[in-house]
Design a protein around this ligand. Sequence first.
Ligand SMILES: Cc1ncc(COP(=O)(O)O)c(C=O)c1O
Length: 375
Amino acid sequence: MVAERFSWLSRIKTPSYVIDADLLERNLKILRDVKQKTGCSMLLALKSFAAYRTFPLIRKYLDGVCASGPWEARLGYEEFGKEVHVYAPAFSKEDMQEVLKYADHIVFNSFSQWKKYRGMAQKKKCGIRINPEYSEVKVQLYNPCAKNSRLGVTAGKMEDVSGISGLHFHALCEQNSDVLKRLLEHVEKNFGPYLRKAEWVNFGGGHHITRDGYDRDLLCSLINSFRKKYGVEVYLEPGEAVALNAGYLVASVLDIVDNGMKIAILDTSAENHMPDVLAMPYRPDIIGAGKPGEKKFTYRLGGLTCLAGDVIGDYSFDTPLKAGSKLVFLDMAHYSMVKNTTFNGIKLPSIAIIKKGKIVHCTKFGYKEYRARQS
Ligand SMILES: Cc1ncc(COP(=O)(O)O)c(C=O)c1O
């Protein structure tokens, strides 16, 4: 069964991200179901996943994209072709001029930015990002409502909202709908009068909708009652939930060293190719591998950079690893290729797309891309 699912593996040159279009579509059907049950609109957060060759598939299900600035906005406009919403902590004048070419919704992070650009953006639907001052995100790096956060306007700092048609908040990270329920209580308590004036409210991302065990019924009832109560259009802008479990990173073992334990050096890197492994931190699953000691042969998996902490984690296998062994890291489609770097001059992984087990596209990167990013 596993062998059948990974029949493409022998044809993949490493390192390579592999996006499985069928798994992506499985997620998209779940998201469409939420849309159909609630009438909400759903945007792909390009910061998470921007493999534009999959946009023809994604746009069959979702309503557009949310972008973090002019380049994502342009990619969304040119390659996705539906609604383009843009939010950034601040826009330079140049960025705003560019964003205006592509966006239909622009969300400002502060009233000073809104006042600066409201004249230029008068033909757009403009929103303000609010900071509900409530979140249950444990990792501070990912907590938009941490103390003194720069993201969004707190209730005490709200000003005249005439000319502003919508509100946006983002305060979840990989969370279930029970957290959204508590978050909405705070949003309603702190921003009630503004919600009543709004035409649209964007609930941001961080909804782990496509994960097993996510309570979609609760999500739907929260959206439905919110829409009914305030008469607003509701947007969700998930990134991770779109591409969750829909891609892999395939790497090869280059060498095995033994410095008190066996360490396999790979042709990939946590630092360069899967940065959330270090930032979150977390230990990605690998096909056929167990926890250290669970199977007969245990290894630490190390990256190719000079960074001492470029370690992916400790794993065990049924058979010994050797130079040339391929490893398939799971759930590597989101926040991976959008964030990767060429630190140490290490090559960027190729990006392959598979459909029905066949490789339908592969983008390769080389020295040219590395050189172009230096002076
Ligand atoms: C404003 C905003 N919207 C949407 C997202 C997407 O979040 P996720 O990929 O967790 O769904 C993020 C992630 O940081 C965000 O900052």
